[in-house]
Design a protein around this ligand. Structure first.
Ligand SMILES: [Zn+2]
Length: 284
């Protein structure tokens, strides 16, 4: 990913007129992978593009045959002006401690070439699913559970920043925030950005999460959208699932709804609901 992110900067420093990277995937197909790239004000801005793995192999082969090969690059991408957009928020008020909030979320936006089914449609659905499961089971959480579908994760995380800013300005008390943004695959567990005592407390709940295959609990990464809440919570929590197939489709036109397995998605939502319920009952 460093080649995609900084490729155009490093290439320009060496006098290149553009940068091409092989897509960050182990899949051998014709889908180029997009994603964030950066420029450095001190270095000339040159175009940067990604090639599908099949195209990259073909180019490499042709370059070996003809090192003077000419390559023509035509790109149609552009950055449009900002427009106003919104996070989408829904919550179940806590029964005994409504002022303490547990935020769960995913992000609504996706890269322009993709449906964004796994990145991050599944995270949005699982966040809503947590509220639905709690209602369907008749369990009223003690603390407030708030599902947030964040806007603009892929292009600056401004939805997450605004949410944290408004929460602070309103004097809200957040206990924890959970994000699902690694695809909707079979659960593995949860990664915690929290102190050792907090993680140890949560690890005692392992047997309750194991039935959903979500028993791996330990230090990890929360999520881009909840990161701005860091100084307002006791724990940032990232939903971890089987990541082996994620980069086959991540940030490509192949990230479509048919790639989502309903059972795997449901197990993840149930694991998140279990963790959220335990957090709402016992705190941290
Ligand atoms: Zn994402």
């Amino acid at each position: 990913v460093d080649q995609r992110g900084r490729g155009a900067i490093e290439a320009a420093k060496r006098g290149a007129v553009g940068a091409l990277v092989r897509s960050m995937t182990s899949a051998h197909d014709d889908f180029p992978h997009t994603g964030t790239m950066r420029y450095d004000d001190k270095v000339t801005k040159v175009p940067g593009a990604a090639l599908s793995t099949i195209a990259a192999d073909r180019l490499s082969q042709q370059l070996k045959q003809d090192p003077k090969l000419e390559f023509e690059l035509e790109m149609g991408c552009q950055t449009l002006p900002d427009v106003k957009s919104y996070n989408v928020v829904g919550e179940i008020k806590g029964s005994t401690r409504p002022e303490e909030i547990i935020t769960i979320g995913g992000h609504l936006d996706s890269w322009d070439l993709a449906q964004g089914a796994h990145d991050d449609g599944t995270g949005c659905v699982q966040s809503i699913e947590v509220l639905r499961l709690l209602k369907a089971s008749g369990l009223r959480p003690e603390r407030t559970i708030r599902a947030v579908l964040f806007m603009n994760e892929e292009n600056g995380a401004r939805g997450g920043q605004k949410y944290a800013e408004l929460a602070k300005a309103a004097g809200e008390k957040h206990l924890a925030a959970i994000e699902s943004d690694g695809g909707g695959f079979t659960p593995r567990g949860f990664g915690f950005e929290a102190d050792a005592a907090t993680i140890a407390k949560v690890q005692a709940w392992r047997p309750l999460l194991a039935p959903y295959l979500a028993g791996q609990l330990g230090p990890g990464h929360g999520g881009t959208d909840i990161e701005p809440l860091k100084d307002q919570v006791k724990a940032l929590i990232g939903y971890d699932c089987d990541s082996q197939r994620y980069f086959d489709i991540h940030h490509t036109a192949a990230d479509t709804f048919d790639k989502v397995n309903r059972r795997e998605l449901e197990l993840g939502g149930a694991a998140m609901a279990t963790l959220v319920y335990l957090l709402s009952k016992y705190g941290l």
